[in-house]
Write a protein that binds this ligand. Structure first.
Ligand code: 5GP
Ligand code: ZN
Length: 114
């Protein structure tokens, strides 16, 4: 989708530090890390937010979770643990309107909301 920051990252029009890529999913380091390790995992399909997923996306969403665990294993933080966050919409604090999963790791995370 034009004018979408993350679609531009997928197309390589904006550079990113890639962590993982396949035909459906891209993962890259967040530009403004909120933890020692902060990775964003996104579908290559432009989906605006969690509120916009459709039944056809079920497999893709499952795959993203498998990719998250693969990254955790490869980057060595699977054992110590990590947090996965999806901000959705205005009240959820979503700033980039392309569905993304934040992976935070590398320290004992504080400020638990739930
Ligand atoms: P949100 O607030 O929408 O859940 O998260 C958007 C995330 O995208 C933020 O953590 C922000 O730091 C990150 N971000 C914004 N612009 C860029 C960029 O150009 N490159 C990368 N790698 N991350 C970005
Ligand atoms: Zn997009």
């Amino acid at each position: 989708m034009e004018d979408c920051l993350f679609c531009k990252i997928i197309k390589g029009e904006i550079p990113s530090k890639k962590v993982y890529e396949d035909e459906d999913v891209l993962a890259f380091y967040d530009i403004n890390p909120a933890a020692p390790i902060h990775i964003l995992v996104i579908p290559k399909k432009h989906i605006k937010s969690l509120a916009d997923i459709e039944e056809d996306d079920e497999k893709l969403l499952g795959k993203i979770h498998m990719v998250i665990n693969k990254i955790a294993e490869e980057k060595g933080f699977k054992e110590e643990g990590y947090r996965v966050i999806i901000n959705c919409g205005k009240n959820g604090g979503q700033e980039v309107m392309h569905l993304h999963f934040h992976i935070l790791a590398g320290k004992k995370l504080g400020e638990k909301v739930v």
